[in-house]
Ligand binder design. Sequence first.
Ligand code: H79
Length: 472
Amino acid sequence: MVMTRRVAIGLPVLLLADSLGGAETADQRNARMRWWREARFGMFVHWGLYSGLAGTWEGKPVGDRGGMEWIQDRVKADTETYAKRAIPLFQPKPGFAREWARLAKEAGCRYVVVTSKHHDGFALHDSKVSDFDAGSVLGRDLIREIVDAVRAEGLRIGFYHSVIDWHHDQYEYARSKQLPHPLKGRPYPNGARDHAKYVEYLHAQVNELVSGYGPVDILWWDYSAQDFQGQEAWRAFDLMDRVRAKHPAIVMNNRLFRIPEAGFTGMGTDAVSARLDPKYGDFITPEQHIPATGMPGVDWETCMTMNTTWGYSEHDHAWKSDETLIRNLIDIASKGGNYLLNIGPKSDGSAPAESVKAMQAIGAWMKVNGEAVYATAAGPFEKLDWGRCTQKQLRNGKSRLYLHVFDWPKDGRLVVPLANGAGVRARLMASGKSLPVQATAGQISIAVGVQAPDRIASVIALDLDGPPSVAR
Ligand code: H79
């Protein structure tokens, strides 16, 4: 009797420990990361109370550049004042989430990461542990609407969750000199705080997000400081274990930490290094920039805005061109990374017209050329004068290079520094037409004609009988 009970209880505990401890093998990790690595392109959504403020505070523009999801900090408002101004302006319309999901799908994104809570502390779900949430304020569970819509389009879903919190009355902002808070440098308004209570709340709220919404594919934590991070600041390992207990295959970023082993060299958004011990997360997170080279052995994702703010601002008109956005996606794929491209919907949930147009332009390009992005690996060349290259391994040792031509050759001959070019076959993706290839020592020359099929990026697929050998 006693023995049976022991076995019955002991077995699941063992299995659980196995799935949580650092017991994952390289093969298991590769299998878990596979969809994310193949996806290459995701849509980030920053949306919350700040969206209704739209970069304006008490009738005045706060600025026309920079993250307006930070508006509470920019104007140094306490949470009551911020809530009083922002809540009446946050007016999600019915069906907004379906528009996002369709937009992401049309753009060719394979996943959507949405702000479940940003630094201001306002949660978009119906939270039982908070009254600063969409459930309490609007009587709606916006996360439910978003998750359902995203899944209905066949896309993966991720939550961006800020561990910084400008609302919670036990969050000890004085513990870090580096982390922002609107009341920084001022005494706690409500007397002594107990940060452990905030951490309890953080865990409980994350637990709601990973319990009530079906499969969650990504947790995108934001963020930590060198002087306050990891286990000390957030009980980070426990938090990750809690999430993995519900979703063993989930993919998480590195931002519960800020140490060299987790890919951080400092506090800047570009202070990243090609280093990540898997116990700190699955990928590193260059923000608003693309690394100069790929990082073999380290998964990475560049997140980026289309103008200069994550949360909607009516004052920021510094929109990137379609050319920049499409070439960024290609540049990132050619270095083996993912592109998480942001939209900042307005108060009612509608995406700015500029973002809709940009996503549609990317989608039109991906419809023709997506094969040269999805499930590709970093190209073999260090540098190409005319553009970028991605590659795939095919069956039987064969391989395919995708040449993304930004600057079309004026003389109609595209030169590729390939040493084993004899017998390669070239095909223009846009038309499917074969192109004549001449191989000489150390290079091939493809007769591409003088007219660029696509002024932003035209792709030529090159089929090789073996792996590519780069000429030097
Ligand atoms: O959610 C987005 C940012 O709000 C968040 N991460 C991305 C994904 C982020 N939090 N902190 N940081 C990024 C780094 C700090 C950026 C700053 Fe600024 C530059 C703080 C002050 C100047 C941007 C511009 C935010 C406020 C003004």
